[in-house]
Design a protein around this ligand. Structure first.
Ligand SMILES: [Zn+2]
Length: 482
């Protein structure tokens, strides 16, 4: 390992001794405040728990503009099945595997502990010269940017910000999408099944799923939309009454499975099953390449219970029409980056419970007015179905600034240092920079970081040679800002 990488990983190892699952950042926060106090550095915190450590300039750099180094304190705490690791007290056990750093049984926490390690190493390193720094460490990034959404903008005086929460060395992120979730709720007319009904189960599962922003244009199936197509085919051939429906596991996830139970008159059930089956095979065929795990099961489950209840035919049709009509998937590509999605929506969760339908849809766009338009489309479909619709405030986009002096400087330094051009990208997902830029007008920002794979899972790993490259770029940048 390169000696500087060793030093940075030593800081990371200290950070990894301290529990810091999302919403449980008290210990890491206290440790960081102690670290600052030991060095005589001032610390400010806001009511959400976000911290800023103020670091004076090194000699000769007092008049250079303040630079903010930013990352989040929390980590996603995931472990392998069967592991008895206790994230509330056990340290993350790091293991080196050739050029990769990984953790035994758990997430590594390089997302985003490596950002903190890089910042602390910079401040402590006697050879590094730098302008006044603000180390901005946020809480609870991983469960929806909730820490930064509550930030007090007066914490920050600088207007140049380096976010260290990106996952590909050599890629500069310079913009991101904003997002909002819409919920659609409607009571359902549920009545007793008055004799002569049989159950039929419809299950669509085995899909890849993935992140509803980053993976939205990968042609994967959305389990809830697959179910909507199947149920539509069903009600077009035989009277059908929904009894149970559940699909999707989270707002930010493309649903991998959706299950339904319906009731149909005994004399029509074979017709119904045949129609469902034939569409099922067509849909499986459609996704054979992009989502080959997709499997659909249609199963007759015998006579309905004597006291069984089901949604009326009318309201079943309403549910099916609503799910079939809701927009889903990428809607528009970016004008500047034709391979990147500008606007999308994901039908993330559907459920019938307590005689009511609950639907969640998650919209994203890098263009704020297009986000409004997509939310309007989703809400309007809900209103047509007589439902109550509500769209949350979400998080803002980070519009790319092509004239960004920081981007220009980082690009030219990268070329000088590594004799290669960095890739410049915008993300179809929420980043803390979007919120910071919204709260602190005039902020010049870029997001970068060392290469890591499989963050948020126990196979998370960090590519060590990329750590030193990020370090060298940061050191060169801090010397060059004026
Ligand atoms: Zn992160």
């Amino acid at each position: 390992m390169h000696p500087m990488t060793r030093t940075i990983i030593d800081y990371f190892e200290q950070i990894n001794q301290i529990p810091r699952c999302s919403k449980q950042e008290q210990q890491i926060s206290r440790w960081l405040q102690q670290w600052a106090m030991d060095r005589g550095l001032a610390v400010k915190a806001d009511s959400a728990g976000n911290l800023v450590v103020q670091v004076p300039a090194t000699n000769g750099f007092e008049h250079a503009p303040t630079v903010i180094l930013q990352g989040h304190m929390d980590m996603v705490c995931e472990k392998q099945a069967g592991s008895d690791h206790d994230f509330s007290k056990d340290p993350i056990r790091m293991v080196q595997d050739g050029p990769w750093l990984t953790a035994r049984e758990t997430t590594l926490g390089a997302d985003n502990g490596i950002a903190i390690a890089l910042a602390l190493a910079l401040v402590d390193s006697p050879e590094v010269t730098h302008p006044p720094l603000e180390l901005f460490f946020t809480v609870d990034e991983e469960t929806g940017l909730t820490g930064v959404l509550k930030m007090d903008p007066s914490l920050l005086s600088g207007r140049i910000l380096l976010n260290l929460d990106s996952e590909d060395e050599g890629v500069f992120i310079v913009g991101c999408a904003g997002g909002r979730n819409t919920t659609i709720n409607r009571p359902l007319d549920v009545k007793v099944l008055d004799g002569g009904f049989e159950w039929v189960g419809v299950s669509a599962h085995g899909m890849k799923g993935g992140h509803s922003g980053v993976d939205i244009a990968k042609h994967r199936a959305n389990a809830n939309k697959v179910m909507a197509r199947l149920l539509s085919a069903g009600i077009s051939v035989a009277p059908m009454r929904l009894v149970e429906l559940k699909g999707g596991t989270g707002r930010n996830v493309i649903p991998r499975a959706c299950e339904a139970l319906a009731a149909c008159r005994r004399d029509r059930i074979d017709e119904l099953v045949k129609a469902l089956d034939s569409l099922a095979r067509i849909i499986e065929q459609e996704y054979r390449t992009a989502d080959p795990g997709l499997t659909i099961h249609i199963e007759k489950k015998g006579p309905a219970a004597a006291d069984g209840r089901g949604v009326t035919e009318n309201d079943t049709a309403m549910v099916v029409n609503l799910l079939a009509a809701l927009p889903c998937g990428p809607a528009e590509m970016a004008e500047d980056f034709p391979l990147l999605v500008q606007t999308s929506t994901n039908l993330s969760m559907v459920e019938i419970s307590n005689d009511a339908l609950a639907v969640t849809s998650s919209q994203r766009s890098s263009v704020p007015s297009r986000l409004d338009a997509m939310c309007l489309a989703v809400e309007s479909v809900g209103r047509l179905a007589g439902a109550t619709v509500h769209t949350g405030s979400g998080y803002p986009s980070w519009p790319m600034n092509r004239e960004s002096p920081l981007l220009k400087r980082c690009t030219s330094l990268y070329r000088e240092l590594f004799d290669a051009a960095p890739t410049v990208q915008v993300m179809h997902a929420g980043l803390e920079c979007g919120v910071i830029g919204d709260r602190c007008p005039g902020m010049d920002m870029i997001s970068l970081g060392p290469t890591m794979e499989n963050p948020h899972s126990p196979s998370e790993r960090l590519y060590l040679p990329s750590v030193e490259k990020v370090w060298r770029l940061m050191v060169a940048l801090l010397k060059a800002v004026d």
